[in-house]
Design a binder for this molecule. Sequence first.
Ligand SMILES: [Zn+2]
Length: 396
Amino acid sequence: MITLVGKIFDGEKIIEQGTVVIENDKIERVSEGIDIPQGSEVIQANFIMPGLVDAHLHFFGVEEDNVLSWNIVNEIDVAIRSTRDMERLLRSGFTLVRDLGSKVAVRLDYLQRRGEILGPTVIASGYSLAITGGNDDPKDLPIDIAQRLSYSFYCDSPYECRKAVRMAIRQGARVIKVYASGAFSQGGKILPGFALDELKAIVDESHRFGLKVASHAYGKEAIMNSILAGVDTIEHGLGLDDETASMIKERGICYIPTLATYEVPFEVRDPEVRIYREELVKRHFSEDIRIAVSHGVKIATGTDYVGSKKRPHGQNYRESVLLSRYMSNLEVLRASTSIASECLGVKVGYIREGYKADLIVLKDDPTRDIENLKPNNVSYVIKDGKLYTGYGLYQE
Ligand SMILES: [Zn+2]
């Protein structure tokens, strides 16, 4: 039994002085004031909150940030680096992450659940689903080699895409990731992804198996197609407008803007593409998020970090810091815990009786300064009721 005493954010509101009692892997009791059961281990905490969530990342286990190196990296290196990244995430305060396309995440999920490796709960998509010749298809390689090395299943037509969903499920996917668009292209364009009939088939097949669908969407057409197809979360969502935001709100879809990935300098050789990318990213920061907030859309934290030098796992709290430009610190904490967990369909993210004991202890209060979510402010992480030291008390 572990008892925590201190200021609490319970996933929804603040309790100025409270007690959390943990028995086995569950939260047994949360109460106001100090009320310590006899014989319990006690931690005096400055701030107690649910573990952080990253709803969109990739375990690529690679130093570089380009599609060719993501595909041709040595797969044993990927596994070893990703195991390291799992521990980094945990000790940085992350108890739940969702991987939207990689070669190793379903295995990380499996080994973490068996207690063989340290890390957050992983909701993994297995391979993502993408069109042939899309932006995650390294087109310098022959197609058979590209497909063999890729972290995506390439599928074209509703029938092939239903099969691709089943292939991902066969790998152990707990969510399905699709590309409703590609990325930025020449002449002020966005590369198309799946057509509406393909998206509808993917969503139908995924939902038949009880899996949510996460849709990479750049531009209004991709956002609209994702909404009409019935996806559960919209990833990136560049080019959101009032019409699409109100439909997202009405249907209860989650919006995961992945701001953290766009603050990282990204090398684009073609000047036309670079200018267009900069324009859309600028609009994402200045308008898209404000529109989402004004419509009351469910916004969740996701970084799109891949474990590279520029987007390293462990620094994923950056998304919360960036979101604090648009909402109060308390709302950011909700987006980073309870709302994100709900978007992933996992019953965590609250410090409430009966919930799984996935929570963190911080040295300083993040409602005062959101930077207090940084790794070296994390004293302890409790995952499945087990106590781990955070980077605030531990150095690599
Ligand atoms: Zn991504």
